[in-house]
Design a binder for this molecule. Structure first.
Ligand SMILES: NC(=O)c1ccc[n+]([C@@H]2O[C@H](COP(=O)([O-])OP(=O)(O)OC[C@H]3O[C@@H](n4cnc5c(N)ncnc54)[C@H](O)[C@@H]3O)[C@@H](O)[C@H]2O)c1
Length: 383
């Protein structure tokens, strides 16, 4: 198989997982990493065993051996990096959110169309085998027509006022923190699993921690600790949100997103209640899918390839009882994206499991609509 060259911009928390995932494919060479300075680029490359470290994303994009650019920078750089890569005819794997706003995301959708390359957004929870099993079962009618979708995405890593991230600075993270960062995953997953579209939202948002200690140096995601050198800053973006939803088939929904909920580490939970049964998947127990019945005992389907439908069995790589997790689901996404790239032009469409730039744009629109709704005092707002 022809080898494909990959370059990563932004090697903080999630960037190295992009590298791990593509390395597992067997036909991808991780060619270069770009950091914000020459020094950090070189240091990250050395730490990750990557041949070249660049001090700017443009230098990485200009490298002829880089065919696919992975964008894992803080949100405020998403548009610039992705746009520059597309202008150079490179394939782009963008971490979510696609851009800082729906308007910016729409521009990237258009630029990607013109470039004619493979583009994808890492709404990675789609890559879990039991998420795909739920999607297939719901499409087949196993739970009947969905009428209620509910759940939450709760974390606790910003619970203390000494916790800080660029996500809380609107210049770097965008107008939203909890909704943009994790609420967007929940909305994408709900729509992906059911095939429904969120049409209207009613949002209530809050900034629970209004003043935080911002460390003077930079701090990557999920790093914690009291900083000797810090300044108190006012926080203007939400760290907690509750949202009512309406879907295009008339179904109703509700979810909460919060980064200040003690004990919830990465608690993404989605339940779909249909005319016949309900189905629930929890990221923190991702090897189990709950099916709720009215007239017989509830079931728990374990992630066991021999129990999964043939159409999704290939996403489970270990036998039953051998737990698969976040990184494996992330790798499933990369396997699909790189299969399209390897097929060569004209590139085949992405399989449904992979979020397109259009899906990324939709996620940005939903977050924008929730903020608008909350700004209007909690008015129903069209997406
Ligand atoms: N898909 C997921 O589940 C998931 C999980 C975490 C983060 N993310 C997304 O990934 C992106 C990065 O998040 P993170 O948590 O890894 O953040 P992070 O702060 O841990 O890492 C960002 C990295 O980008 C680097 N950087 C900053 N400016 C740069 C520049 N000009 N050129 C190159 N590198 C630069 C920083 O030094 C840092 O190493 C965000 O958009 C976030 O929403 C997605």
């Amino acid at each position: 198989m022809k080898r494909i060259g990959m370059g990563l911009v932004g090697a903080g928390f999630v960037g190295p997982h992009h590298i791990d995932a593509v390395r597992r494919l067997g036909f991808v060479d991780v060619v270069a990493v770009a950091g914000s300075t020459e020094e950090s680029g070189r240091a990250k490359a050395a730490a990750l065993g990557v041949p070249t470290g660049y001090g700017s994303y443009q230098a990485l994009i200009d490298d002829p051996d880089v065919q696919v650019v992975h964008n894992a920078t803080p949100n405020y750089l998403h548009y610039d990096v992705t746009s520059a890569a597309l202008a150079k005819g490179k394939h782009v794997v963008s971490d979510k959110p696609l851009a800082m706003s729906a308007a910016q995301a729409k521009r990237l959708v258009n630029e990607a169309q013109r470039a004619g390359v493979v583009t994808a957004v890492t709404f990675n929870y789609r890559g879990n085998p039991l998420v795909q099993q739920a999607r297939l079962a719901i499409a087949r009618g196993d739970i009947g027509t969905p009428h209620f979708l509910h759940g939450h995405y709760l974390q606790d890593w910003l619970l203390k006022d000494t916790d800080y991230s660029w996500r809380l600075d609107p210049e770097k993270g965008g107008a939203s923190s909890a909704l943009g960062d994790i609420g967007s995953h929940w909305c994408d997953l709900a729509q992906h699993v059911t095939g429904l579209r969120i049409t209207h939202v009613l949002g209530d948002i809050a900034t629970v921690i209004k003043r935080r200690q911002k460390p003077s140096g930079s701090r990557e995601a999920f790093q914690t600790g009291d900083s000797v050198d810090s300044e108190a800053v006012d926080i203007g973006v939400e760290d907690l949100a509750s949202v009512l939803l309406r879907f295009d088939n008339g179904a109703r929904g509700a979810f909460s997103a919060g980064q200040v909920c003690g004990g919830h580490k990465n608690d993404l939970t989605l339940e779909v209640c249909g005319a016949k049964a309900s189905m629930r998947w929890r990221q923190e127990d991702q090897n189990e899918l709950w099916v709720g019945h009215r007239d017989k005992a509830n079931e728990v389907l374990q992630k066991d390839p021999s129990l999964l439908d043939a159409g999704v069995r290939g996403y489970a790589h270990l036998p039953g009882g051998h737990q698969e997790a976040w990184a494996d689901a992330f790798c499933n996404l990369m396997r699909e994206i790189y299969a399209c790239i390897a097929a060569g032009p004209p590139y085949p469409p992405l399989p449904p499991m992979v979020a397109s730039f259009e899906d990324g744009f939709r996620a940005n629109r939903i977050v924008d609509a929730i903020l608008e709704s909350a700004g209007d005092g909690g008015a129903w707002t069209r997406v």
